[in-house]
Design a protein around this ligand. Structure first.
Ligand SMILES: *[C@@H]1O[C@H](CO)[C@@H](O)[C@H](O)[C@H]1NC(C)=O
Ligand SMILES: *[C@@H]1O[C@H](CO)[C@@H](O)[C@H](O)[C@H]1NC(C)=O
Length: 548
């Protein structure tokens, strides 16, 4: 062997050793990715976690035959939609987290680009779709015997395609906007009037591009709805149909809604007993105005937006504060982690949402620490190997992982010969708090029992144990599970409960923490929440409770 060859081999050895070491270190620091299931038969365009730890997913019937057959040899014939004629495959599945298995579900009509929310009784209510599905509401009642399936009715007054839903304090659902719909409606239907005009949606629609679909909707602590579309927002009293506040446009004026798809979260709500609660919204990413047309008409893929805008929506004179992300992102997802951090993942670095228009997949998730000082809030995490472009999704699981699925920028299931092939895989991102080195900090909730009922404005005792002695901050958080599609986690909400008392049980490592439950349904709509004990920023597994 020549000296040069020896040198090269030695050099390669050193480099791979270094790679190994860096990889090891960075994987501890920046979380881990795992393929949960390589093929779930459909491309998870919409996802919702239910209170039995099963996740309902669906794409659209007009993709053509999927990779999973309908139960009992059934076939469906959708006369309105030529592509989905005599289709014997499923376009919806249920994923069981505990057994890591799936089963096919039956949607009768097209669920494409629809919306949904979970009712206070735990039933998933999906609204709208396309070609025969646009007036449908579909309910899914969770079960543990694999017998439940979708039930469809014509429940909507208007066609809803690209609308957003929110669960209301009275347990009803509001469905806002959608293509060509500058209005909102309630489900179940209310008596007079059930459909109400919302001129804001017409005002925010950019000609020929829209940029106002899938509006970001959050229930504010005063009971009004914060509605963001394009580059600005209003606070809507949906009962009286009056705009009670108009927020300024985000500096720069670029759009953040579909197809210039950014994402948004309501940041963790603290001190639910306080009279005036500080509620903050964070909007991240999107695509500069004109990106959709440039991508569609001339295959020019404009760099996505690399900014986030944050606003205190209950301020007298609310103003957006701008921050710069570590990278540009369009079609990203924003998921609240149990400790209150925000995980920003999926999407592309240029182009736009819609068929074939995204480029430069962003494989690196960025974590946003809302409580850190400006300029030290972002942390870049370990990359996945799978592009998750248009029609990808992410949701939080009770065990603290984030489930990621979907990505299909094509009008069919296309696995070869295309950029960013249709993804049938499910992946999970395990944030750094799940690393073994934090096991001795990770609390285990011992009581109350799972699925317990909890009341508003009450003291709740939670028992948890840790391996050592508690020396440091303890938090208790509650998370409402989101309906995620098109980069928006509808109904996503995290509450940090006020701690009244923390006591150690004798000389044991069990602690009792007494917290104050939410003051009202404006702060936390009724329904199933995952409750977490968080110690030194490391969350326990969640526990399902029902707030009512
Ligand atoms: C799903 O894909 C696998 C592997 O590509 C194939 O063998 C199987 O027949 C497909 N199933 C259906 C229902 O299309
Ligand atoms: C995508 O799939 C459809 C349906 O199978 C097929 O007609 C079309 O040619 C595919 N596109 C490409 C680019 O392969």
């Amino acid at each position: 062997m020549t000296a040069r060859a020896t040198f090269i081999i030695y050099y390669l050895f050193l480099t791979s050793l270094q790679l190994l070491l860096t990889h090891h270190v960075s994987s501890a620091a920046g979380g881990r990715w795992n393929i949960v299931l390589p093929n779930v038969g459909i491309s998870a365009m919409h996802m919702q976690l239910l209170h039995n730890d099963r996740v309902v997913m669906f794409d659209r019937t007009s993709f053509g035959p999927s990779n999973i057959t309908l139960p009992n040899g059934a076939c469906l014939d959708n006369p309105v939609d030529p592509i989905s004629k005599l289709d014997c495959t499923a376009h919806s599945i249920e994923y069981d987290v505990a057994s890591n298995t799936i089963r096919p579900l039956t949607v009768q009509s097209n669920t494409w680009c629809s919306s949904g929310a979970v009712r206070p009784d735990g039933v998933l209510v999906q609204t709208g779709g396309d070609k025969g599905g646009e007036l449908k509401t579909r309910t899914f009642t969770p079960c543990n015997d694999n017998r439940c399936d979708w039930v469809e009715i014509n429940g909507l007054a208007k066609r809803r395609w690209y609308a957003s839903d929110h669960i209301l304090p009275d347990g009803k659902q509001i469905v806002i906007g959608g293509r060509g719909q500058f209005n909102y409606e309630f489900y179940p239907k209310t008596t007079s009037p059930n459909v109400v005009a919302l001129p804001f949606l017409a005002e925010t629609s950019d000609r020929g591009q829209e940029n106002n679909l899938y509006p970001f909707v959050f229930l504010n602590t005063d009971g009004n709805l914060f509605i963001f579309a394009n580059n600005r927002a209003i606070l809507l009293d949906y009962v009286k149909n009056t705009v009670v506040k108009t927020f300024p446009a985000i500096p720069g004026g670029d759009p953040r809604s579909y197809p210039s798809t950014g994402s948004a979260v309501l940041l963790p709500l603290k001190s639910p007993e306080a009279v005036k609660i500080e509620a903050e919204v964070l909007v991240c990413g999107g695509a500069p105005k004109g990106s959709y047309n440039l991508a569609y008409r001339s295959k020019t893929f404009v760099k996505a937006l690399d900014t986030c805008a944050r606003i205190k929506i209950n301020d007298e004179n609310p103003q957006w504060t701008m921050e710069t992300m570590p990278r540009a992102r369009v079609m990203g997802d924003m998921i609240l982690l149990p400790n209150g951090d925000v995980l920003i993942l999926n999407g592309g670095g240029s182009g736009s949402a819609a068929w074939e228009l995204g480029r430069e997949p962003v494989l690196v998730p960025d974590l946003y620490h809302p409580e850190n000082p400006v300029n030290s809030r972002f942390e870049s995490l370990n990359p996945t190997g799978i592009p998750r472009m248009y029609h990808s999704t992410a949701i939080l699981l009770r065990d603290g992982r984030v489930l990621v699925g979907g990505s299909n920028p094509h009008a069919f299931y296309n696995f070869t010969g295309v950029l960013f092939p249709t993804e049938l895989s499910l992946e999970a991102f395990s944030p750094v708090y799940l690393e073994p080195q934090f096991m001795n900090l990770r609390p285990t909730i011992m009581s109350p029992k799972p699925q317990s009922m909890i009341k508003y404005r009450a003291s709740l005792k939670l028992e948890f144990s840790v391996i050592g002695e508690v020396k440091g901050p303890v938090k208790v958080t509650m998370v409402f599970p989101s309906f995620t599609t098109h980069s928006f986690a509808m109904n996503q909400r995290l509450l940090v409960l006020d701690i009244e008392k923390l006591t150690r049980k004798g000389k044991t490592t069990t602690y009792e923490v007494q917290v104050r439950t939410p003051r009202s349904a404006n702060i936390a709509p009724p329904g199933y929440y995952m409750i977490f004990a968080v110690y030194q920023n490391i969350p326990s597994e969640g526990l399902w409770v029902r707030l009512q």
